[in-house]
Design a protein around this ligand. Structure first.
Ligand SMILES: [Zn+2]
Length: 229
């Protein structure tokens, strides 16, 4: 299931007390193109809170399944219903990874979600405003309140002092200690099962991403933005 943010909902219809999405823009689970879907009106209500709807991709014409989550409590009834597309391969990217993460402050999750939402509806000014809010929220999370009143640039200067980027690497030194079970597996002195082999590969991916992919990505994005102006 992938959430379709309000910025990608092009029109609504009334369903009982609520407005539910009618026409939406989304990446198609079948052809992967960003196309339009007109949700068929013959909703099939699963329970009090969920509706199934089908719609065909405007590009490849194949059907896709949507789930509309209604707000059943009277307080939130005026709010828009949530919309999800059934896409076995899809995730919401970083949003999925941070939404359930207790270490990430809720105001950061909210502002990042809003930034994604306005960028999907191509509102560039709002994207700039929300992106600044995300940056401020990240910096405040690590630098604490003492940074308030400082410019973004000053706060970024402070950031490396307040975030321990070496911690994940130091933890690995412990993991591969010669007497550890993990090290014995690497040396084939101990049998390794399917689950651990899978975790091992994930660890390699994480390490490569942390050391090579992410720093390079941030640097190259910075260069591309600077070159433009
Ligand atoms: Zn398609």
């Amino acid at each position: 299931m992938r959430e379709i943010l309000p910025g990608s909902i092009l029109s609504h219809i009334q369903y009982g007390y609520q407005k539910v999405p009618k026409k939406v823009k989304s990446q198609c689970p079948s052809c992967s193109k960003t196309s339009e879907f007109v949700l068929k009106a013959n909703f099939y209500q699963v329970n009090k809170t969920g509706l199934f709807a089908e719609a065909n991709c405007s590009e490849c014409k194949k059907p896709a399944v949507f789930v509309i989550m209604l707000n059943d409590d009277s307080i939130h009834q005026k709010e828009e219903a949530g919309l999800y597309i059934y896409d076995p391969l899809a995730t919401n990217g970083p949003l999925d990874q941070i939404q359930g993460n207790k270490r990430i402050p809720q105001d950061l999750v909210r502002s990042f979600r809003s930034a994604l939402n306005v960028s999907q509806s191509k509102d560039n000014s709002a994207t700039a405003v929300m992106s600044k809010r995300v940056l401020e929220s990240v910096l405040k999370n690590f630098n604490g309140d003492q940074s308030s009143g400082q410019s973004l640039s000053e706060q970024f200067d402070q950031l490396p002092k307040n975030v321990d980027l070496s911690k994940p690497i130091q933890a690995l030194s412990h993991l591969v200690h010669p007497k550890s079970a993990f090290y014995e597996m690497l040396e084939l002195e101990r049998e390794i099962d399917d689950e651990t082999a899978g975790l091992l590969i994930e660890l390699l991916e994480g390490l490569i991403e942390y050391l090579y992919v992410l720093p390079e990505k941030i640097e190259s994005l910075q260069e591309r933005i600077e070159k433009k102006y």
